[in-house]
Design a protein around this ligand. Structure first.
Ligand code: PLP
Length: 414
């Protein structure tokens, strides 16, 4: 058989788990089962060691010093931009702005792109399933300009109603902003289709890729959106790292968001000229070691292979969904046809926080609450859900332990 056509072997999960030191710890004297990956993901030793090595061997500020350390630190920081561009299949590395995370990336677009353009009567289109990070910045700039937020609805199953989204793309809409993957429902939105519709109407589309980048192959050239935001800590990298990708022609027209060092060409008291993108949007000393760690995280994920990650996580999702559905009185919130491995659910007669607390005593980390998605909770008429969010390093056995523990702790609350 032609070796080129051999399928890649499945992931060796035991070996992978050994790469993540934290997964070996106990919680309340029980082996940890970490199912809160949509909140933040654990870090492989390669990331921890890259950050450690940076501080031990390379530490210096970027883009300022001509000494050897400064050059090495700058090269290591800039290498992370190259890796992000490759990871996302971005047309150019100069379109990658390094940020502290998705929240800063979306605020950058809100303040630098939207604020100067919006006028009374204009609209920003979002969807019911957005995280607060993809709602509140738009509300703030709408409040300042007299523009309005418009919301595209979802179905009870948790799928965006595409026809209604497209119908909502009216001439008054100056930007649309959509999650690639919902952090509550796991729904994978059809971004290429939404981007095509937006583009036909001349409306830029921002995609919140926080929950997609760690779990799906991302090909910006194929997606066809205009902005893509992601956060590093959910991508197995350090906290305080992230990125905004935006088309070069759009970035060139955007004024600075924050002012200070690194983002200028020349400063005079009479006036300042600014650096070209992406540095125009990177004022001050960045999280250099964090980005070195993020680069290591991207290398790690690429070495595993994103197709194999999808395959593994889909198998885990299927197993967890079936196991949870067998629990009496349990209702899954979000049953889209295309889902990432995020499962929100409610258990009759038990509050999500109580269940999460009792599960913690069994060594099981799940999240309970509104998941920074108040409007989505209002849509479903609930104050909170429990959420189990999986990563490639989780196992079928962990899911079985989680579901068995859930059945056990529920007895205490009935
Ligand atoms: N958008 C989505 C869909 C998220 O899940 C999150 C984090 O939970 C964010 C945005 C915000 O990310 P960060 O807090 O890293 O900026």
């Amino acid at each position: 058989m032609n070796a080129l056509h051999d399928p890649a072997p499945p992931l060796d999960v035991e070996r992978i788990r050994a790469d993540f030191p934290l997964l070996a710890r106990t919680v309340h004297d029980k082996p940890l089962v970490y199912l809160d990956n949509a909140n933040t993901a654990q870090k492989p030793a390669a990331v921890i060691e890259a950050v450690d090595r940076f501080y031990r061997e390379t530490n210096a500020n970027v883009a300022r010093a001509v000494h050897q350390l400064g050059e090495e630190a700058t090269a290591a920081y800039e290498a992370s931009r190259d890796k992000l561009a490759r990871f996302l299949n971005a047309p150019s590395r100069d379109e990658i702005v390094l940020t502290s995370g998705t929240t800063q990336a979306i605020n950058l677009v809100a303040y630098s792109y939207a604020l100067p353009r919006l006028q009374p009567g204009d609209e920003i289109l979002v969807t019911t399933m957005e995280h607060h990070a993809n709602i509140v910045p738009w509300q703030i700039v709408c409040g300042r300009t007299g523009a309005k937020l418009k919301v595209a609805p979802i179905s009870e199953r948790g799928e965006l109603i595409v026809d209604k989204f497209v119908a909502a793309l009216t001439p008054s809409v100056k930007l649309a902003a959509v999650a690639h993957v919902s952090n509550v429902l796991g729904t994978i939105n059809p971004i290429a289709e939404l981007a095509r519709a937006a583009r036909q109407r001349g409306i830029p589309l921002l995609v919140d890729g926080s929950q997609a980048a760690p779990h799906l192959p991302i090909d910006l050239k194929a997606l066809g959106c205009d902005f893509y935001a992601l956060t590093g800590h959910k991508l197995f990298g350090p906290t305080g790292t992230g990125a905004l990708w935006a088309r070069k022609d759009i970035l060139r027209e955007m004024p600075p968001f924050l002012g200070g060092g690194e983002m200028i060409r020349e400063v005079r008291f009479e006036g300042t000229t600014f650096a070209d993108p992406p540095h125009r949007f990177e004022a001050g000393t960045p999280n250099i070691a964090g980005f070195v760690g993020l680069g290591a995280a991207l290398d790690y994920v690429e070495a595993l292979g994103r197709e194999r990650i999808v395959e593994r996580e889909q198998a885990l999702l299927e197993h967890a969904t079936a196991a949870l559905k067998a629990v009496p009185g349990l209702r899954i919130v979000g049953e889209a046809a295309h889902k990432a491995a995020v499962i929100s659910f409610l258990v009759e007669g038990a509050h999500a926080h109580d269940l999460a607390t009792l599960l913690d005593h069994e060594g099981i980390a799940v999240r309970s609450g509104h998941h920074c998605a108040h409007p989505l909770m209002q849509f479903y008429g609930v104050p909170a859900t429990l959420r189990a969010s999986l990563a490639f390093y989780n196992t079928h056995e962990e899911i079985d332990r989680f579901v068995a523990a859930l059945v056990k702790v529920r007895q205490f609350l009935l």
